[in-house]
Ligand binder design. Structure first.
Ligand SMILES: [Zn+2]
Length: 270
């Protein structure tokens, strides 16, 4: 018995020492990754693969398209959080990339508000808005003021996809007390498997500098490639970080977003 006790004690001390030397203080700080997948709503390539990932992704759905409502409902049923992926005017690019009823800076304020409200009706369960394109419109104070007012009225969050360097959205989110975050990282800004895998493989290095990361991927042309990369690399990420729904990130950042937290946000998914 005595020998057995000694062995247990030695093993315990050894494991304690190993633990202490292996993990520094910064390793013990919780680190959170959220993955937002944009461009759902048009029966896009990769929709099924993304929906079947065993990850708490956030599904960003474009309005007024053939599968807008269905994609939002399916995502919600699977326990994923939903955002309205609002099409907004870019500085460059084709109007056709925006889809129906986009937010254009030349529209009247009344029409912009009406389009935002109708777009929200098109995407049930949306807990907030992120922008599709929008390098021009998200830098426009009048346009963003209308959007932030709607967010405030409806208790929605705003995720800036960061298609420009403007701070207009952030300043207005502060003014209206709207929970606000920015995208940190793109998986698939280039539609090539090698690039997407490279992005997925170096994602974890971001956590050397910060504890919270929001990363964006897409259905559509890169959909299958990106879902495959997420499936491959998520077990690696999970060794170092918690992958959480986007509302958890808003909750951590502001402490203001307490009102309508979905139950998933309270449980770290691991
Ligand atoms: Zn988009």
């Amino acid at each position: 018995m005595k020998l057995a006790f000694k062995i247990i004690l030695i093993t315990f001390i050894f494991s304690l020492t190993t633990t202490m030397t292996t993990y520094s203080q910064s390793d013990l700080t919780p680190k959170y990754l959220s993955i937002v997948i944009d461009d759902f709503g048009n029966n896009m390539i990769g929709t099924k693969e993304m929906m079947e990932l065993d990850l708490p992704i956030t599904v960003a759905v474009m309005p007024f398209l053939p599968s807008s409502k269905q994609d939002a409902i399916s995502a919600h049923k699977k326990g994923y959080e939903v955002l309205l992926h609002l099409p907004m005017e870019p500085n460059h690019g084709k109007a056709s990339w925006l889809g129906p009823n986009p937010i254009i800076t030349s529209l009247s304020s009344k029409e912009i508000r009406s389009r935002v409200l109708r777009a929200l009706d098109e995407v049930p369960y949306a807990i907030g808005i992120n922008n599709h394109m929008g390098s021009k419109a998200t830098a426009d104070k009048r346009v963003m003021e209308i959007i932030m007012r709607v967010c405030k009225e409806r208790g929605l969050v705003f995720l800036n996809s960061r298609t420009n360097s403007s701070n207009v959205s952030e300043l207005l989110a502060k003014k209206y007390n709207v929970p606000y975050l920015e995208n940190d990282y793109f998986f698939d800004d280039v539609y090539e498997p090698a690039h997407i895998n490279h992005q997925a493989s170096k994602l974890i290095s971001l956590f050397n500098k910060q504890n919270n990361v929001v990363a964006i991927g897409h259905v559509g042309i890169p959909g299958k490639m990106t879902s495959k990369a997420l499936r491959t690399y998520s077990p690696v990420w999970r060794k170092r970080v918690l992958i959480v729904p986007i509302s958890k990130q808003f909750y951590i950042k502001s402490n203001k977003y307490k009102g309508i937290l979905p139950f998933t946000a309270l449980n770290d998914s691991h």
